[in-house]
Design a protein around this ligand. Structure first.
Ligand code: GDG
Length: 473
C-alpha cells in the first residue's frame, strides 16, 4: 500500500537526555498538529533531524527505535553539519536573502554550500531507504530546497510536493545567490510547489523563468518532459485549540491574574522568535514615539513583549538581543513611574496556557514584522478572542495580512503610522472591535490547519493525475 512521507529539517519531537536514557516528547507546534492526521496513519512516516547531536551508534539505534514507535525516522547530523548546512547556509544565506536582508546578513561561503548539498543528499538517502514508487512525499521548507530533484532522480514516478514556509523573494534578490540555478533546479523536482501567498508564487514564477531555460504558462512551469504546478496555500492554525484554551480553568486563572496586574492599563502584546525579520527594534521605536507624543498614555498603556530565544549563538542574533535589551532599558528608565512600567519584556518562551491567557487578555496584539512568510501569532490571537473583542495591528509585509484584512494594516517601516495605529487601537470602540474581529475569526476557523493539509494533499493528487494523463497522450 502506497504511503505518505513527510520530510522537514526538524522532527516534531523534543528529545532530552538524562543519564544514559533519551526521553522523547511530541512537539505541540502547528505543523505537527496539522500533519499528525497524516504521518500517524497506516504506514506513513515523518523524516527529519531529531534536534540533538547523537554520536554513539548504540544511542542512535536506541533513539531510532523509540522514534519508530511514533512513526518518525531520524536523519542524524553531526555538529559540523549543523554549523554549515543549517546555521551557515540555511540561516546565513537563504533566510536573509529570502527576507530581503541580503546586504546586511548574507554570507556566501563555498563550504556552507558544500555541506548544504551533502546534507540534502543525506536526507535523500534516508528517504530512499523507505520510499517506494507509488508513494507521496511532502518536503517542507528552505533547508531542503535541493531534495525534490534529488529524490526525483532515483524515483522518477513518485509524487513530490514542496512547501516553502518563508517568503520567496523577487528575482532581484534571489539572483544574488551564487548557487541560484541549482536551488531552483532542486525545487523543480517537485510536482507541486506551494507558498503562503500569491506574491510568493509570482516571484517564484518570474525568477524561475529568468534564471532557468523553462517555459511558464499561467502557474505551470514546463521543463523538458515535466510540468510543475505552483500555487499559494495560506497556512492555518489549530483554531479549535486556541479557541478552547481560554475556557480552561487554569488559563482563566492566569488571565485573571494578568487582568488584576494591569487594572486600568491597556495591554499591548507582541510575541516573536528573536529575529531581525520580526521588526522588534522598529516596533520599540514606534512605542517610544507614542510615549513621547501622548502624555495620557503614561501610566495607562503597557507593552507586554515576549521574545523567544532563537539562534542566539549566531553573532548577529546575539547583537540583536543586546540591542533590544538596551532599547527596552532605555525606554523603561525614561518613562517608568513608581507604580508603572511601559514595557514588560521577557526573553524566554512560555507554556501554551500562559500564551493563551495573554492572547485572551491583551487589548491589542501588535504584529509588525519587516517580512514574514505567514505569521501564525496573528491568527492565534484572533482565534483566542472568544468574546469577539480586541484589536490586531498587522504589518502588510506578513503573509497573514492578505487574509486578516480587518486588522489595522501598517507599514512597519513607518514609525509614525505604527504609532498612530496603536493610538487608534487603544481607543477603538467595542462595536468596531467586534465588526473587525468577527470576520477574522470566521476566516481563521474555516481555513484552519486541517483544511490547509487537505487542500495541499488533494491538489498534489490532482496534479499527479494530470501529469500521468499528459504523459499517456
Ligand atoms: C515560520 C515563518 C510562518 C511563540 N512564543 C511562544 C510560542 N510561540 C509559537 C507561536 C507560533 C510560533 O511560535 C511562531 O510562528 P510564526 O508563524 O509567528 O513564526 P516563525 O517561527 O518564524 O515561523 C512564518 C511559519 O513558519 C509557518 O509556516 O508563519 O512566517 O517564519 O505558533 O504560538 N509557543 C509557546 N510559548 C511561547 O512563548 N508555547
Amino acid at each position: 500500500m502506497p504511503k505518505t512521507i513527510i520530510v522537514s529539517n526538524r522532527l516534531p519531537v523534543k528529545i532530552s537526555k538524562t543519564d544514559d536514557e533519551y526521553s522523547l516528547s511530541s512537539s505541540e507546534g502547528g505543523l505537527a498538529t496539522g500533519l499528525g492526521s497524516i504521518y500517524k496513519q497506516d504506514n506513513n512516516v515523518w523524516i527529519g533531524w531529531p534536534g540533538v547531536e547523537i554520536a554513539d551508534q548504540d544511542d542512535k539505534d536506541k533513539v531510532s527505535q523509540q522514534l519508530k514507535e511514533l512513526s518518525l525516522i531520524p536523519v542524524f547530523l553531526d555538529q559540523e553539519e549543523i554549523n554549515q548546512y543549517y546555521e551557515g547556509f540555511s540561516n546565513e544565506v537563504l533566510w536573509p536573502v529570502f527576507h530581503y536582508y541580503s546586504s546586511t546578513y548574507a554570507s556566501y561561503k563555498q563550504s556552507n554550500w558544500d555541506y548544504y548539498q551533502a546534507v540534502n543528499k543525506k536526507f535523500r538517502d534516508v528517504i530512499l531507504s523507505v520510499a517506494e514508487p507509488g508513494d507521496v512525499i511532502w518536503v517542507h521548507d528552505y533547508q531542503l530546497l535541493l531534495l525534490p530533484a534529488l529524490v526525483r532522480h532515483d524515483l522518477p514516478d513518485v509524487s513530490i510536493g514542496f512547501f516553502l514556509h518563508i517568503p520567496f523573494p523577487s528575482h532581484e534578490m534571489f539572483r544574488l545567490i551564487p548557487w541560484r540555478s541549482e536551488l531552483l533546479d532542486g525545487m523543480l523536482g517537485a510536482d507541486l510547489i506551494g507558498f503562503h501567498t500569491f506574491d510568493d508564487v509570482r516571484h517564484f514564477l518570474g525568477t524561475t523563468s529568468r534564471i532557468l531555460p523553462v517555459t511558464t504558462s499561467s502557474n505551470i512551469i514546463t521543463t523538458g518532459e515535466r510540468s510543475i504546478v505552483v500555487e499559494s496555500f495560506p497556512m492555518g492554525i489549530d483554531e479549535k485549540k486556541y479557541a478552547s484554551l481560554p475556557l480552561q480553568d487554569d488559563v482563566k486563572e492566569q488571565a485573571q491574574l494578568i487582568k488584576d496586574n494591569f487594572k486600568s492599563t491597556k495591554l499591548i502584546l507582541s510575541v516573536d522568535r528573536l529575529d531581525y525579520s520580526k521588526g522588534i527594534l522598529q516596533r520599540l521605536q514606534a512605542f517610544e514615539l507614542l510615549l513621547q507624543l501622548c502624555p495620557e498614555c503614561i501610566g495607562t498603556i503597557a507593552l507586554y513583549m515576549i521574545v523567544v530565544p532563537s539562534r542566539d549563538t549566531v553573532p548577529q542574533y546575539a547583537h540583536l538581543r543586546d540591542e533590544i535589551d538596551k532599547k527596552v532599558g532605555n525606554i523603561n528608565s525614561i518613562y517608568r513611574t513608581m507604580d508603572w512600567s511601559p514595557i514588560h519584556y521577557y526573553y524566554r518562551s512560555f507554556p501554551i496556557e500562559t500564551l493563551s491567557a495573554l492572547y485572551a487578555t491583551a487589548d491589542v496584539c501588535l504584529v509588525t514584522p519587516m517580512r514574514d512568510g505567514m505569521n501564525l501569532v496573528s491568527k492565534e490571537y484572533v482565534a483566542s478572542r472568544v468574546n469577539n473583542d480586541g484589536v490586531l495591528i498587522m504589518s502588510e509585509m506578513a503573509g497573514s495580512s492578505k487574509e486578516l484584512i480587518d486588522a489595522i494594516i501598517v507599514n512597519p517601516n513607518n514609525t509614525g503610522e505604527v504609532c498612530r495605529a496603536i493610538l487608534q487601537a487603544i481607543n477603538m470602540p467595542p462595536e468596531e472591535q467586534r465588526k473587525r474581529m468577527i470576520p477574522m475569526r470566521q476566516l481563521v476557523a474555516k481555513f484552519n490547519i486541517s483544511h490547509w493539509v487537505k487542500i495541499f494533499m488533494d491538489r498534489l493528487k490532482e496534479v499527479k493525475l494530470m501529469q500521468r494523463s499528459m504523459q499517456a497522450r
